[in-house]
Design a protein around this ligand. Structure first.
Ligand code: DAH
Length: 408
């Protein structure tokens, strides 16, 4: 008897996770355990639904069947939950309530865990209360959540006024740059004449950009093409002419190539200058190439690029890497050569530099000038795009304003 009494006290206490301790009269009532003075034991013994345990050391303890207490507890949880949900004003708080009542360690879940203390015949009833309460709370929670989500949505709708009469925004799909259009045209023309399109490095050695093109360290042409130096020997190329040297060094002859690419110069930005722009280099090396080949090729290019009636004119010039050298003008494709605002009254527009490859340049790249000759030319891509599309300020080409680009 003594041992049984002790056991029951421990069992009750551990269910409620209070640890072994002496229960106050109130607490005991809460748990459905009643501490009764030994003297009234026989009386209570007659009461239905009670039984006794006692020991000589501990007070006599009576355990009621917990059915009533459980009902009260479940009802209390229910009332409390419904009140909390009613007062709740955010979805986050609603979630907290759900967890504190229905979660793994929630109040209602704890009630289910203490079912083992309920008389077996009452368990279905208590289980049913708990489940009904659970369903009811879940329903009320769900309704509250739906109500709050709707309120949030409506508040958002009120805050964002949508004018359905506004025209829809069109997805801009970009446009080819005038430089690209001009380059593709140049490439089409030269590829049609059997040329290869090659590329060279933008970060270049001084040797390829200057030295191998007959521009030694103290040459004044270096001043005209001041650029950005990585170190004393490596720089951002000032011209695509260096690609000629790379191609010749490969040792594969004959050569017919154009090399488009970006070049750099330490220039201030204005309507006709930019520190970065593009050139297209041309090079032909073969046996018996003459200045006539140069003229015929470039005249053909001008006609294709600017129109069938375009005439060309070669003016003597100087470039260190060609001998003889020339600049080529084309007849103004606006006025046909009469002179207009476009050609500044000249009737001619300067287009490119060209010449016969200097024998010393060929020798430096291990080509025998007695056996092979060639011509070269260099044309500014922006210059062609500006002329062809009648753009009067080079800066427009670098702003990438889609409204401008869309026009070409
Ligand atoms: N590289 C020259 C420049 O930037 C243009 C040029 C002229 C290239 C004559 C050539 C050429 O190949 O033969 O001014």
């Amino acid at each position: 008897m003594q041992a049984q009494g002790l056991f029951l006290i421990m069992a009750q206490v551990s269910v409620f996770r209070a640890g072994p301790r002496t229960l106050s009269a109130n607490e005991s009532l809460d748990l459905g355990i009643r501490v009764v003075p030994r003297i009234i034991r026989p009386l209570l013994c007659m009461q239905q639904g009670t039984f006794f345990v006692y020991s000589t050391r501990t007070p006599i303890i009576e355990m009621t069947r917990k059915e009533d207490t459980m009902k009260a507890k479940v009802d209390q949880i229910r009332e409390q939950a419904l009140a909390q949900i009613k007062d709740c004003d955010t979805i986050e708080k609603l979630n907290e309530i759900r967890v504190s009542i229905l979660g793994k360690k929630g109040e209602l879940t704890e009630v289910l865990k203490s079912m083992k203390d309920v008389a077996p015949e009452d368990r279905p009833k208590v289980g049913q209360w708990v489940n009904e309460t659970r369903t009811e709370i879940e329903t009320v929670l769900e309704e509250a959540k739906t109500r709050m989500e709707k309120a949030v949505r409506e508040a958002k709708m009120r805050a964002e006024v949508i004018d359905v009469t506004l025209p829809a925004k069109k997805a801009e799909i970009g446009h080819r740059h005038p430089n690209t259009i001009a380059l593709e045209e140049v490439e089409r023309i030269f590829v049609g004449m059997g040329y290869e399109v090659v590329e060279g490095p933008e970060v270049e050695k001084d040797y390829y950009n200057f030295e191998a093109l007959n521009i030694p360290a103290d040459h004044p042409a270096k001043d005209e093409q001041d650029t950005f130096y990585i170190n004393g020997d490596i720089l951002l190329r000032t011209q695509t002419s260096g690609v000629q040297v790379h191609e010749m060094e490969k040792g594969k002859l004959p050569i017919r190539m154009i090399a488009p690419g970006r070049v750099f110069r330490a220039d201030e930005v204005d309507a006709t200058h930019s520190p970065s722009f593009h050139q297209i280099e041309g090079l032909v090396i073969d046996k018996n190439i003459t200045f006539a080949d140069l003229k015929g090729t470039l005249a053909e290019f001008a006609k294709e690029m600017f129109g069938e009636d375009t005439r060309v004119k070669f003016r003597p010039h100087h470039f260190p890497f060609t001998e003889p050298s020339a600049e080529m003008d084309v007849s103004c494709f606006k006025c046909g050569g009469k002179g207009c605002r476009f050609c500044k009254g000249e009737g001619w527009i300067e287009i490119l530099g060209c010449g016969m490859v200097h024998p010393h340049v060929l020798e430096m790249s291990h080509i025998d000038p007695e056996e092979y000759t060639g011509f070269a030319f260099g044309v500014g891509l922006e210059r062609i795009a500006l002329l062809k599309y009648e753009i009067d300020d080079m800066r427009l080409l670098y702003e990438n304003d889609i409204r401008f680009l869309k026009q070409f």
